[in-house]
Design a protein around this ligand. Sequence first.
Ligand SMILES: C[S@@+](CC[C@H](N)C(=O)[O-])C[C@H]1O[C@@H](n2cnc3c(N)ncnc32)[C@H](O)[C@@H]1O
Length: 277
Amino acid sequence: MQASIDVVTFYDEHPINLQEILSRAVASGLSVDSLTAADLWTWDQDHYGGLAAVDAMAETLQISEATQVIDLCSGLGGPARYLATTHGCRVHGVDLNQTRVDGATELTRRVNLSDLVTFSQADVCKLPMADNRFDCAISQEAFLHIEDRESLLAQCHRVLSSGGKLGFTDWTAGAGLSDEHRLRFANTFAASRIVSVDEYETLLQEAGFRVDSVTDLSELWQDILKDRLRMFRSLEDETVKRFGQSRHDTYISNYEFFVERIASADLGGARIIATAQ
Ligand SMILES: C[S@@+](CC[C@H](N)C(=O)[O-])C[C@H]1O[C@@H](n2cnc3c(N)ncnc32)[C@H](O)[C@@H]1O
């Protein structure tokens, strides 16, 4: 679905950004010159459910020190740094947005993880990596932005070794999700395609994956998203300073609409684990 806001602009004006993370670190008494990865964990996870969500993914995917991980749509790199810190694995993050890639690289350098965690700019539908390069691909709350889900999954399959695992969490369409809702999400969140769990299963199988598990997160997300809405409201001063009052107000009213759709089950969420065949 053609959106009136493009995804790069959406994240260039996002309340969670490099400067906001560093200023929250300073406000809590930390020095930005001597940060550890753990210092950032409260602020650098731009998905639903924070570290527990990454733990659940890592456990299901059996990530270990030897696993070569690609984080698709890695944003500011919070999950990549957390996985490298807790499991000792190498993680390469890919994001379309150069500002996000620069922010992720900067935060990773500041916490001395650049040996294990790297980032590059690319569209995940056209990954420049070699075939069979990774054991595991992860992604959190990002595929909703990608209309060409067929190319995305084909690329995931290509860069994974045979038997490699794909684990992702994403928005899923509920029975009540109308065309009007979809249009609003496209125009406000750059959510260009929202698919149901059944559609995801078909898309994955057509791309050469075996679906191992589907975990419905819809109920869990209800409270998590109410908390995130409170968090975004609390960022008003920072957001207004950077992007203006109108951006803050619009973001909050769009987020309220999103939380309502989740509460009414028009929209849901799932964690899906699949194996490249
Ligand atoms: C909600 S953020 C998720 C960040 C990260 N996964 C996390 O949990 O902190 C979604 C990210 O997807 C990226 N993105 C959207 N479309 C993309 C594409 N086609 N290729 C690569 N990255 C994309 C955006 O730039 C944004 O950084």
